[in-house]
Structure formats: structure tokens, C-alpha cells
Design a protein around this ligand. Structure first.
Ligand SMILES: [Zn+2]
Length: 245
């Protein structure tokens, strides 16, 4: 994995305009893993995808995440800082063959973790509940009762629900949550932390800064965008210091 350069940040931002979050996550990872095909990245479990996004964020912008959440009690915006490694296990474990096994209501289910391909396939779901059910159904490889194979579409809701719950707890990197406390009203709550959406938000801010730098240097020295983006951040800053006097 290599960190994202100024050129990568601009390019990813450009390609990700009006794209869903799952697609933006893959666009962020692509330049960092130049030897991986799109198919390979899209086939990573969401836990592994997130672990790579957290690691890439750390390599590119440092290990401290500064975020804001709104208190559900009094609506106060709460600013907080958290370390990448405090939020996510960067090497999530998975079963050796990639399949989990669970017995619910006498039905034995074999299933795998969802991937970006699965998220894309259920993106047109009518509701969150529908998306979750479709997602879990896609991940079930086989269901049997007393050795008899059952059609996956006919599995009872509690079985599908149990598989979804199992995935949520066995792969915490797939659904990262953190505990927050409000200093104003004392409320404690659990906040979901979506690294793909968070990193994308940061990317937009980085792009604004880079574009301003390119604009200043291009005006001052007549250099082209590709030349300025090819410089290290240190070299760019040295010239910016001269321009800003
Ligand atoms: Zn509050």
C-alpha cells in the first residue's frame, strides 16, 4: 500500500463525483493498491475494505481522526479525536475458507461476509430492511435442515436476522461504532463511524487546499498543474512560502 499523492487525491475526487459511497471507497483504494484489480478490491469483505481504508487514511493524513457528531439529546455538535488503531483492527480475522457457520432454529447456514459487489447489488432496495435482507441472502452459500438443502429465498426471517447479527458482531471492522458522551446534557450514545464517508469528506477539504496551491504556484511561476502536483508537499510548501512572502 502506498499513501495517496496530491495527484491521486484530485483524481479520486474527480472520478467520485455523484458516485455512491461504496464506489468512492474503491476509488480511494485503487491508487494505493496499484497491483490489485478492481475486481479484487470489490471482492474484499467490507471489514477488510474498511481496514484498508483506515490504514490508507493513516498513511496519507496521519493516525488521528478529528470528527464531529451531534448529541441526540440536546443537538450540541461534539468534536472528538480518535486514533485509527483505537477504532479499527487493521487486520480483521476471517474463517480460513471464508465461510462462517451458524445453526438457527435447527437450520445450519453457511455464509460469507458481504463485499462491495454485494453493496452495489442491493443499492436499489426500497428500504434499509429490504437491503439488509437481500444483502444477507446474497451471502448465504447453503442452508440445510437435517441434511436437506433449503431454498435460500424461503429461509425464515429469524434465520436471516441471526446471520446479519452474527456478521455485525464477528466483523466489527465492517460496522465501526464508538461511544460518545455529551458534556452539556450528560447523554451517552453509540455513534456509527463510516470510514468511507469520513475519508471522502476529508478528501474534499484536501482537494480545495491543493487546488488553491496549484492556482497560486501556476500564477506565480507559470508551471503546469502536472508539474506542481508531481512535487512533494514539502517542496510545494517551500515555494508557497516564497510566494506568500
Ligand atoms: Zn447533549
Amino acid at each position: 500500500m502506498r499513501p495517496l499523492s496530491a495527484y491521486d487525491l484530485l483524481r479520486v475526487w474527480e472520478l467520485g463525483q455523484n458516485r455512491p459511497t461504496w464506489k468512492r471507497a474503491l476509488l480511494l483504494l485503487a491508487p494505493a493498491f496499484p497491483d490489485a484489480t478492481h475486481r479484487e478490491l470489490a471482492s474484499l469483505s467490507i471489514a477488510r475494505r474498511n481496514a484498508r481504508l483506515f490504514a490508507l487514511r493513516e498513511r496519507t493524513l496521519g493516525s488521528t481522526l478529528n470528527a464531529v457528531a451531534r448529541c441526540p439529546g440536546c443537538s450540541l455538535p461534539i468534536e472528538f479525536s480518535v486514533g485509527v488503531r483505537d477504532l479499527c483492527d487493521l487486520e480483521p480475522g476471517e474463517p480460513a475458507d471464508g465461510y462462517y457457520r451458524l445453526v438457527v432454529e435447527g437450520i445450519e447456514v453457511h455464509f460469507r461476509a458481504p463485499t462491495s459487489v454485494d453493496l452495489a447489488a442491493v443499492a436499489d432496495s426500497a428500504s434499509l430492511a429490504d437491503a439488509r435482507r437481500r444483502l444477507v441472502a446474497r451471502c448465504i452459500r447453503r442452508a440445510r435442515r437435517d441434511g436437506v438443502v433449503l431454498p435460500i429465498a424461503d429461509l425464515p426471517d429469524p434465520v436471516v436476522g441471526a446471520v446479519g447479527d452474527y456478521l455485525a458482531t464477528s466483523e466489527p471492522a465492517a460496522d465501526v461504532r464508538l461511544q460518545l458522551d455529551c458534556p452539556a446534557c450528560g447523554r451517552s450514545w453509540t455513534e456509527r463511524f463510516d470510514i468511507a464517508a469520513f475519508f471522502w469528506g476529508e478528501l474534499a477539504a484536501q482537494v480545495q487546499r491543493i487546488v488553491r496551491e496549484v492556482d497560486l504556484l501556476a500564477r506565480a511561476y507559470g508551471w503546469r498543474e502536472t508539474e506542481i502536483l508531481a512535487m512533494s508537499a514539502f517542496r510545494r510548501q517551500a515555494y508557497l512560502d516564497l510566494v506568500n512572502g
